[in-house]
Design a protein around this ligand. Structure first.
Ligand code: BGC
Length: 272
Protein backbone atom coordinates (compact mmCIF):
# COMPACT_ATOMS: atom_id res chain seq x y z
CA UNK A 1 0.00 0.00 0.00
CA UNK A 2 1.41 3.34 -1.03
CA UNK A 3 0.71 6.41 1.09
CA UNK A 4 -0.72 9.28 -0.94
CA UNK A 5 2.05 11.87 -1.15
CA UNK A 6 0.97 15.13 0.45
CA UNK A 7 -2.54 13.84 1.09
CA UNK A 8 -2.44 15.58 4.48
CA UNK A 9 -1.02 18.87 3.28
CA UNK A 10 -2.22 21.78 5.43
CA UNK A 11 -3.45 19.54 8.25
CA UNK A 12 -2.35 19.42 11.88
CA UNK A 13 -1.93 16.12 13.69
CA UNK A 14 -1.16 15.16 17.26
CA UNK A 15 0.36 11.76 18.03
CA UNK A 16 0.50 10.65 21.66
CA UNK A 17 3.50 8.62 22.76
CA UNK A 18 5.39 9.71 19.65
CA UNK A 19 8.94 9.68 21.06
CA UNK A 20 9.42 6.01 20.15
CA UNK A 21 8.01 2.87 18.59
CA UNK A 22 4.73 2.91 16.67
CA UNK A 23 4.00 6.52 17.67
CA UNK A 24 7.27 7.76 16.24
CA UNK A 25 6.69 5.88 12.98
CA UNK A 26 3.20 7.42 12.77
CA UNK A 27 4.66 10.90 13.32
CA UNK A 28 7.19 10.40 10.49
CA UNK A 29 4.57 8.99 8.12
CA UNK A 30 2.06 11.77 8.84
CA UNK A 31 4.78 14.38 8.32
CA UNK A 32 5.84 12.69 5.06
CA UNK A 33 2.19 12.91 3.97
CA UNK A 34 2.30 16.68 4.54
CA UNK A 35 0.84 17.14 8.04
CA UNK A 36 2.42 19.32 10.71
CA UNK A 37 2.81 17.02 13.70
CA UNK A 38 2.74 17.47 17.47
CA UNK A 39 5.05 14.92 19.06
CA UNK A 40 3.52 14.17 22.46
CA UNK A 41 5.88 12.60 24.96
CA UNK A 42 6.42 12.03 28.66
CA UNK A 43 8.69 14.60 30.33
CA UNK A 44 11.40 11.95 30.72
CA UNK A 45 11.44 11.34 26.91
CA UNK A 46 12.06 14.96 25.98
CA UNK A 47 15.36 14.29 24.23
CA UNK A 48 13.91 11.47 22.15
CA UNK A 49 10.94 13.66 21.17
CA UNK A 50 13.26 16.50 20.16
CA UNK A 51 15.17 14.07 17.98
CA UNK A 52 11.91 13.08 16.23
CA UNK A 53 11.20 16.78 15.63
CA UNK A 54 14.72 17.28 14.33
CA UNK A 55 14.42 14.37 11.90
CA UNK A 56 11.05 15.58 10.60
CA UNK A 57 12.45 19.06 10.04
CA UNK A 58 15.50 17.57 8.29
CA UNK A 59 13.07 15.87 5.87
CA UNK A 60 11.44 19.24 5.17
CA UNK A 61 8.46 18.70 7.47
CA UNK A 62 7.02 20.62 10.41
CA UNK A 63 6.77 19.33 13.99
CA UNK A 64 6.76 20.45 17.60
CA UNK A 65 7.25 18.46 20.80
CA UNK A 66 4.67 18.65 23.61
CA UNK A 67 5.13 17.00 26.98
CA UNK A 68 2.05 15.57 28.73
CA UNK A 69 1.25 12.41 30.63
CA UNK A 70 -1.97 11.25 28.96
CA UNK A 71 -3.20 9.90 32.32
CA UNK A 72 -3.40 13.44 33.70
CA UNK A 73 -6.40 15.52 32.67
CA UNK A 74 -4.66 18.80 33.54
CA UNK A 75 -1.57 17.97 31.48
CA UNK A 76 -3.67 16.83 28.52
CA UNK A 77 -5.74 20.00 28.64
CA UNK A 78 -2.61 22.14 28.76
CA UNK A 79 -1.12 20.31 25.78
CA UNK A 80 -4.20 20.84 23.62
CA UNK A 81 -4.35 24.55 24.45
CA UNK A 82 -0.68 24.76 23.48
CA UNK A 83 -1.59 23.13 20.16
CA UNK A 84 -4.31 25.72 19.68
CA UNK A 85 -1.86 28.52 20.47
CA UNK A 86 0.86 27.20 18.19
CA UNK A 87 -1.17 25.78 15.26
CA UNK A 88 -4.63 27.34 15.65
CA UNK A 89 -6.36 24.10 14.64
CA UNK A 90 -6.25 20.32 14.80
CA UNK A 91 -7.42 17.83 12.17
CA UNK A 92 -5.99 14.49 13.33
CA UNK A 93 -5.46 12.77 16.67
CA UNK A 94 -3.54 9.51 16.85
CA UNK A 95 -4.31 8.08 20.27
CA UNK A 96 -1.22 5.94 20.46
CA UNK A 97 0.36 6.15 23.93
CA UNK A 98 0.24 2.79 25.64
CA UNK A 99 2.08 0.55 28.07
CA UNK A 100 2.13 -3.06 29.19
CA UNK A 101 2.76 -4.19 32.76
CA UNK A 102 2.20 -7.92 32.85
CA UNK A 103 1.50 -10.23 35.77
CA UNK A 104 -0.56 -13.31 36.56
CA UNK A 105 -3.89 -12.18 38.00
CA UNK A 106 -3.07 -13.33 41.56
CA UNK A 107 0.05 -11.20 41.50
CA UNK A 108 -1.18 -8.15 39.62
CA UNK A 109 -1.17 -5.14 41.93
CA UNK A 110 -3.87 -2.51 41.77
CA UNK A 111 -1.10 -0.12 40.79
CA UNK A 112 -0.25 -2.26 37.75
CA UNK A 113 -3.92 -2.52 36.84
CA UNK A 114 -4.47 1.23 37.16
CA UNK A 115 -1.30 2.20 35.33
CA UNK A 116 -2.31 0.25 32.22
CA UNK A 117 -6.00 1.18 32.29
CA UNK A 118 -5.16 4.85 32.94
CA UNK A 119 -2.64 5.07 30.10
CA UNK A 120 -4.14 2.78 27.47
CA UNK A 121 -7.84 3.57 27.96
CA UNK A 122 -8.41 6.70 30.07
CA UNK A 123 -5.61 8.48 28.19
CA UNK A 124 -7.44 7.85 24.93
CA UNK A 125 -10.68 9.20 26.42
CA UNK A 126 -9.00 12.36 27.73
CA UNK A 127 -7.23 13.12 24.45
CA UNK A 128 -10.28 12.33 22.30
CA UNK A 129 -12.36 14.71 24.41
CA UNK A 130 -9.90 17.56 23.93
CA UNK A 131 -9.42 16.80 20.23
CA UNK A 132 -13.18 16.94 19.57
CA UNK A 133 -13.28 20.36 21.22
CA UNK A 134 -10.54 21.56 18.88
CA UNK A 135 -12.10 19.96 15.79
CA UNK A 136 -15.34 21.76 16.57
CA UNK A 137 -13.56 25.09 16.65
CA UNK A 138 -12.82 24.75 12.95
CA UNK A 139 -15.44 26.45 10.83
CA UNK A 140 -18.08 23.92 9.75
CA UNK A 141 -17.68 25.13 6.17
CA UNK A 142 -14.03 24.10 6.33
CA UNK A 143 -15.18 20.56 5.86
CA UNK A 144 -16.41 19.92 2.33
CA UNK A 145 -17.99 16.69 1.13
CA UNK A 146 -15.35 14.00 1.15
CA UNK A 147 -13.48 15.76 3.91
CA UNK A 148 -14.06 15.20 7.59
CA UNK A 149 -13.96 17.91 10.24
CA UNK A 150 -11.62 15.71 12.28
CA UNK A 151 -10.17 12.23 12.41
CA UNK A 152 -9.31 10.17 15.48
CA UNK A 153 -7.29 7.00 15.15
CA UNK A 154 -7.14 4.86 18.27
CA UNK A 155 -4.20 2.50 18.67
CA UNK A 156 -5.78 -0.74 19.76
CA UNK A 157 -4.37 -4.26 19.54
CA UNK A 158 -5.33 -7.73 18.41
CA UNK A 159 -5.97 -8.08 22.16
CA UNK A 160 -9.08 -5.97 21.85
CA UNK A 161 -10.50 -9.34 20.74
CA UNK A 162 -7.98 -12.06 21.67
CA UNK A 163 -7.95 -12.93 25.39
CA UNK A 164 -4.39 -12.85 26.74
CA UNK A 165 -3.46 -14.84 29.84
CA UNK A 166 -1.12 -12.96 32.14
CA UNK A 167 -2.09 -9.60 30.65
CA UNK A 168 -5.56 -8.97 32.12
CA UNK A 169 -4.99 -5.22 32.49
CA UNK A 170 -3.80 -4.80 28.90
CA UNK A 171 -6.54 -6.94 27.32
CA UNK A 172 -9.21 -5.18 29.40
CA UNK A 173 -7.87 -1.78 28.32
CA UNK A 174 -7.76 -2.69 24.63
CA UNK A 175 -11.21 -4.28 24.78
CA UNK A 176 -12.32 -0.96 26.22
CA UNK A 177 -10.59 0.97 23.45
CA UNK A 178 -12.63 -0.92 20.89
CA UNK A 179 -15.99 0.08 22.36
CA UNK A 180 -14.77 3.57 23.17
CA UNK A 181 -13.81 3.96 19.51
CA UNK A 182 -17.07 2.49 18.19
CA UNK A 183 -19.18 4.58 20.57
CA UNK A 184 -17.34 7.79 19.67
CA UNK A 185 -17.70 6.94 15.99
CA UNK A 186 -21.46 6.58 16.41
CA UNK A 187 -21.68 9.73 18.53
CA UNK A 188 -19.51 11.95 16.34
CA UNK A 189 -20.39 10.88 12.78
CA UNK A 190 -23.15 13.54 12.52
CA UNK A 191 -20.46 16.15 13.24
CA UNK A 192 -18.36 14.68 10.42
CA UNK A 193 -15.71 13.43 12.81
CA UNK A 194 -14.43 9.99 11.90
CA UNK A 195 -13.15 7.63 14.58
CA UNK A 196 -11.36 4.40 13.72
CA UNK A 197 -8.84 2.04 15.27
CA UNK A 198 -5.76 0.23 14.13
CA UNK A 199 -5.16 -3.11 15.81
CA UNK A 200 -1.52 -4.14 15.51
CA UNK A 201 -0.38 -7.68 16.16
CA UNK A 202 3.24 -8.38 17.06
CA UNK A 203 5.25 -5.33 16.00
CA UNK A 204 8.97 -4.97 16.71
CA UNK A 205 9.11 -2.28 19.42
CA UNK A 206 10.39 -1.96 22.97
CA UNK A 207 7.04 -3.13 24.38
CA UNK A 208 7.66 -6.74 23.27
CA UNK A 209 11.45 -6.76 23.04
CA UNK A 210 11.67 -9.95 25.11
CA UNK A 211 9.62 -11.75 22.47
CA UNK A 212 11.70 -10.88 19.41
CA UNK A 213 15.21 -10.49 20.84
CA UNK A 214 15.38 -14.00 22.21
CA UNK A 215 15.60 -16.56 19.38
CA UNK A 216 13.44 -19.24 21.06
CA UNK A 217 10.73 -16.72 21.92
CA UNK A 218 10.88 -15.32 18.41
CA UNK A 219 10.32 -18.73 16.86
CA UNK A 220 7.39 -19.34 19.20
CA UNK A 221 5.90 -15.94 18.34
CA UNK A 222 6.22 -16.62 14.61
CA UNK A 223 3.97 -19.70 14.95
CA UNK A 224 1.19 -17.19 15.73
CA UNK A 225 1.79 -15.16 12.56
CA UNK A 226 0.69 -16.86 9.32
CA UNK A 227 2.41 -14.22 7.20
CA UNK A 228 5.72 -15.34 8.62
CA UNK A 229 7.29 -12.14 9.87
CA UNK A 230 7.06 -9.80 12.83
CA UNK A 231 5.58 -6.44 11.87
CA UNK A 232 7.37 -3.11 11.74
CA UNK A 233 6.16 0.23 13.14
CA UNK A 234 5.99 1.42 9.51
CA UNK A 235 3.45 -1.33 8.69
CA UNK A 236 1.18 0.26 11.29
CA UNK A 237 1.98 3.86 10.36
CA UNK A 238 0.90 3.35 6.74
CA UNK A 239 -2.52 2.16 7.93
CA UNK A 240 -2.78 5.16 10.26
CA UNK A 241 -2.00 7.64 7.47
CA UNK A 242 -4.63 6.06 5.26
CA UNK A 243 -7.27 6.26 8.00
CA UNK A 244 -6.29 9.89 8.58
CA UNK A 245 -6.60 10.78 4.90
CA UNK A 246 -9.62 11.54 2.74
CA UNK A 247 -8.93 8.26 0.92
CA UNK A 248 -10.86 6.61 3.76
CA UNK A 249 -13.55 9.30 4.01
CA UNK A 250 -16.52 6.91 4.17
CA UNK A 251 -14.94 4.78 6.90
CA UNK A 252 -15.79 5.29 10.54
CA UNK A 253 -16.16 2.93 13.50
CA UNK A 254 -13.88 0.35 11.92
CA UNK A 255 -10.84 -1.49 13.21
CA UNK A 256 -8.10 -2.03 10.67
CA UNK A 257 -6.12 -5.06 11.80
CA UNK A 258 -2.39 -4.98 10.97
CA UNK A 259 -1.19 -8.34 12.21
CA UNK A 260 0.11 -10.60 9.43
CA UNK A 261 -2.91 -12.82 10.03
CA UNK A 262 -2.52 -13.29 13.78
CA UNK A 263 -6.28 -13.00 14.21
CA UNK A 264 -6.93 -15.90 11.81
CA UNK A 265 -6.54 -18.56 14.54
CA UNK A 266 -3.38 -20.12 13.00
CA UNK A 267 -3.39 -22.79 15.75
CA UNK A 268 -6.37 -24.29 13.88
CA UNK A 269 -4.30 -25.07 10.76
CA UNK A 270 -4.43 -28.88 10.54
CA UNK A 271 -6.14 -28.95 13.91
CA UNK A 272 -9.65 -28.84 15.38
C1 BGC B 1 1.31 -6.23 22.44
C2 BGC B 1 2.57 -7.00 22.09
C3 BGC B 1 2.22 -8.36 21.55
C4 BGC B 1 1.16 -8.27 20.46
C5 BGC B 1 0.69 -9.63 20.00
C6 BGC B 1 0.42 -6.20 21.23
O1 BGC B 1 -0.72 -5.44 21.49
O2 BGC B 1 1.65 -4.92 22.87
O3 BGC B 1 3.39 -7.12 23.24
O4 BGC B 1 3.38 -8.96 21.04
O5 BGC B 1 0.06 -7.52 20.90
O6 BGC B 1 0.37 -10.50 21.05
Amino acid sequence: MDTQPHSLQGQYALVTGAASGIGRACAFALADAGAAVVINHLARSRDKAREVVRQIEARGGRAIAAAADVRRADEVERMFSEVLDRFGALHILVNNAGVQDDAPIQEMSLEQWNKVLDTDLTGQFLCAQQAVRLFEMREQQDAQDGEALGKIICMSSVHQAIPWAGHANYAAAKGGVRLLMETLAQELAPKKIRVNAVAPGAICTAINRAMWEDEANRRKLLTLIPYGRIGTPEDVARAVVWLASDESDYITGTTLTVDGGMMLYPAFRGNG
